[in-house]
Design a protein around this ligand. Structure first.
Ligand code: ZN
Length: 132
């Protein structure tokens, strides 16, 4: 059973997925007040502007929180770590954390993005900085 339900991009998040396909992590921000918004939305939560723009981020951040995820309906070959990542540019993103054991994860752990195909869908994933 596939673990990934492929994204169905719409007008709000198409640029995000186009970036992922190109190994780039793009975030949306307000063209007026510069508040970064993720997930993307048609209107700025801060100033209600509908002028949105996309910019490429470093892909660096730190772990805010995490869980070990077990697939709800099928046995996992390997349970994965799902984390909330605070990106350096100021957005919080949900992603998989790879390349580290569960008991080694700690708050504030520096991580960086990488892109990997999971069940035929390319996704942004994160791993510790200085990952061997
Ligand atoms: Zn704004």
């Amino acid at each position: 059973m596939p673990r990934v339900i492929p994204p169905v991009p719409d007008a709000d998040d198409r640029a995000f997925w186009d970036g992922v396909a190109d190994d780039r992590l793009l975030l949306q921000r307000c063209a007026d007040c510069r508040v970064v918004q993720h997930p993307p939305s048609p209107m700025c939560p801060q100033c209600q502007s509908v002028d949105r723009e996309w910019f490429e981020v470093s892909g660096r951040g730190s772990v805010y929180s995490w869980i070990q995820s077990h697939h709800p309906t099928a046995p996992d070959e390997k349970p994965r770590i799902v984390a909330l990542i605070d990106l350096d540019e100021g957005a919080r993103i949900v992603s998989n954390l790879d390349g580290i054991d569960l008991d080694a994860v700690e708050p504030g752990l520096p991580v960086e993005v990488f892109f990997a195909e999971v069940d035929g869908t390319k996704l942004p994933q994160f791993r510790p900085v200085n990952h061997g």
